[in-house]
Design a protein around this ligand. Structure first.
Ligand SMILES: Nc1ncnc2c1ncn2[C@@H]1O[C@H](COP(=O)(O)OP(=O)(O)OP(=O)(O)O)[C@@H](O)[C@H]1O
Ligand SMILES: [Mg+2]
Length: 270
């Protein structure tokens, strides 16, 4: 068993006991984040089950990324509580949440463009594992190397694994970012607009990658494209002005008159 998997298994066992109180993968209660006088999110309450796939919709500035930043620990909320697998992580730094199986991708790319696809994933796997490593290049038989190549495959980049990131298309770079988020056996992932700027073909590839993730792996995806959101998510939270505006199944949200008025009718970028 490699270091990363062992960490994930131990964390899962520990959180499994704590999680018995709520059974939720992610639970927000009354979360507010102020920037000066501006409430970027206000009194957000939301529960996501283990393995659930949730889309977060909302126009520019609705508070979607701020919500993610509060969940990951990039920001501490001004008030409210955040539970991960039953454990109150509201005051935990980001790395403690990562240790508990939480991952994210960013709206803006954070790849090592001068390295190969495989090396980017290998470094991500090493970064989240707790073993001790030499500075030597990975060797055949290194379990992290094996794992990183599996992740390259999971995001459909095996034919490109030895290419430099700078040589990849934009869509392929976004696929690689998903592989980095998959490093170290996460249990819950936050995807911040992974489809932004993708061509229709690249969007289809993204949908295939997301729907192909292991079923125990829950995620929340911020997505402006309804077609993508509806194809990958079983539930939708619609945000407006920092608040939860509506929650429901994709069909309920799509057919909701208020949502159509507010969101589909305009006022958001595409
Ligand atoms: N670090 C920050 N400092 C000050 N204000 C911020 C900060 N981050 C976000 N905001 C403000 O909080 C509000 C919510 O922003 P946020 O980025 O969460 O929206 P979003 O829903 O992700 O929008 P988009 O669709 O454009 O990505 C906005 O008014 C934004 O200007
Ligand atoms: Mg955002």
């Amino acid at each position: 068993m490699d270091g990363a998997r062992e960490t994930g298994a131990v964390t899962a066992a520990r959180a499994g006991i704590a999680g018995a109180t709520t059974g939720a993968a992610l639970e927000l209660r009354g979360v507010t984040k102020m920037f000066g006088a501006l409430a970027a999110i206000s009194d957000v309450t939301m529960t996501v089950r283990p393995g659930e796939r949730r889309a977060v919709l909302g126009s520019n500035g609705a508070g979607k990324t701020t919500l993610f930043n509060c969940v990951t620990g990039d920001f501490l909320p001004t008030s409210g509580t955040i539970r991960l697998f039953g454990e109150d992580v509201s005051a935990f730094p980001a790395h403690e949440r990562i240790r508990r199986g939480l991952r994210r991708t960013y709206q803006i790319s954070l790849l090592f463009t001068g390295l190969s696809v495989a090396d980017n994933v290998y470094l991500a796997c090493r970064g989240v594992s707790r073993g001790r490593f030499s500075l030597l290049r990975p060797r055949k038989g290194d379990p992290l190397l094996t794992r990183s190549l599996e992740l390259v495959e999971a995001v459909h980049l095996t034919p490109h694994r030895d290419q430099l990131v700078s040589e990849l298309s934009y869509g392929q770079q976004r696929q690689l970012e998903i592989a980095l988020a998959l490093a170290g056996a996460p249990r819950f992932i936050l995807f911040d607009e992974p489809a932004a700027g993708l061509s229709p073909t690249e969007r289809r590839e993204l949908v295939a990658i997301l729907t192909g993730l292991p079923s125990h792996m829950g995620f929340v995806i911020i997505e402006h494209d309804m077609d993508v959101a509806l194809r990958v998510a079983e539930s939708v939270t619609m945000m407006h002005n920092g608040r939860v505006f509506k929650e429901g199944t994709p069909a309920e949200i799509e057919n909701d008159a208020e949502v159509q008025e507010l969101y589909l009718g305009g006022g958001h970028h595409g």
